[in-house]
Design a protein around this ligand. Structure first.
Ligand SMILES: [Mg+2]
Ligand SMILES: [Zn+2]
Length: 183
């Protein structure tokens, strides 16, 4: 790689529970309630030179609850809102798979469903990300594990779901809200 091309620091974000309120298998814009402070968070990190990148498990697709096209349509609408707030185009990586739920082509053991790190590896390669100076925000411990596996250096866990007993808490801050997270 050309060493003069500066790598981008990423702000990796889970979607459900971080960007929108997690109501379970949200696929319509009408169900998409933005989490308090999300726009300010994205603008704060954008100003500090980070690229926001969404990494989201969407097993609702494997389960047959909605289609890839529904997901993409929804995320286009979400981006329209982001754009109206002055937020750059946010790349979205999603895993449509599940290892055993559903009966279609997405019911497979994949390398992208968190806690696996496949979506991060793809983003790092495609977006030229400086992963060791990047940040993860998640509300499920598997978000943190996936980011740790991909060598993301700093992690914020939005409190709610359980933390496993043997969890590696290195460089993990537990926060109650997005307003606590600063570049
Ligand atoms: Mg989540
Ligand atoms: Zn997958």
């Amino acid at each position: 790689m050309n060493p003069t091309v500066k790598k981008t620091r990423a702000l990796f974000l889970d979607r459900d529970g971080v960007i929108n309120v997690d109501k379970g298998y949200v696929y319509q814009f009408e169900q998409f309630d933005f989490v308090d402070g999300i726009f300010e968070l994205l603008l704060r990190f954008q100003k500090a030179g980070y690229l926001p990148v969404v990494v989201t498990n969407q097993s609702g697709i494997a389960r047959g609850m909605y289609e890839v096209s529904d997901f993409k349509h929804l995320m286009n609408k979400v981006q329209e809102v982001f754009t109206s707030k002055g937020i750059v185009d946010v790349p979205v990586y999603f895993c449509p798979h599940h290892p055993d739920q559903g009966d279609g082509k997405f019911t497979v053991e994949c390398q992208c469903r968190k806690p696996k790190a496949g979506m991060f590896y793809d983003a790092v390669a495609e977006l030229n990300i400086d992963v060791e100076n990047s940040i993860m925000i998640g509300d499920s411990w598997r978000d943190i594990v996936a980011a740790q596996t991909a060598s993301v250096s700093k992690h914020y866990f939005l409190r709610g779901k359980p933390i496993p007993q043997n969890a590696d808490m290195t460089n993990v801050d537990i926060v109650e809200g997005l307003n606590e997270i600063q570049p």
